[in-house]
Write a protein that binds this ligand. Sequence first.
Ligand code: PRP
Ligand code: URA
Length: 209
Amino acid sequence: MSKVVIMDHPLLKHKISLLRDERTGTRDFRVLVEEIAMLMGYEALRDLPTEEVMVKSPVSESMQPMLSGKKLAVVPILRAGLGMVNGILALVPSAKVGHIGLYRDEVTHKPHEYFCKLPENIDERLVILPDPMLATGGSAVTAVDFIKQKGCKNIKFMCIIAAPEGLEALKAAHPDIDIYVGSLDERLNDNAYIIPGLGDAGDRIFGTL
Ligand code: PRP
Ligand code: URA
């Protein structure tokens, strides 16, 4: 069964509200996306395994928990997922980074793949898949299909804003992954944009409006 976590931290809510504001310019938008990704990553990585190791402090030796060296990969869905990578890497700097390039057809809203490069031994890694927007769910479902075909079993999808339609589609297609959502919004409009949403995440991150 999917674990779905809808974040409810006030700091996160505040930052997502700033992100939605049409007056938030590219520079601030990028900073906010990174900060939000770090706060969400903190929650998503809460179940990382630890092991007891001997630590010598200035006054004594004791067994203390350290991360058990589980291999991690961050695989953003291009373009907009790129904006979340550095926030996650701030928490796990040695994680490998892959890329999956998908764009939504403006008319059909179906995802098209144009790029994929994944770290070696991807099947042995915990894969964090960030994308700011989960709208129809088509892109996320395709990206998870893809990394599952490469043998990945341990997958966490992270989005800043989800539409109920997209969340249901992702849960139905991939009931075995964990899903972290910054805000669950109301609905999709006729153009498959999230309402209230924040507009086109990629355009706002990269200033291509
Ligand atoms: C956006 C967003 C998701 C996708 C969500 O990307 O970053 O990848 O749309 O929509 P869906 O759930 O209906 O598939 P877009 O296709 O606009 O590409 P971009 O990131 O390059 O702007
Ligand atoms: N992609 C976006 O960037 N925004 C939406 O609202 C939907 C899809």
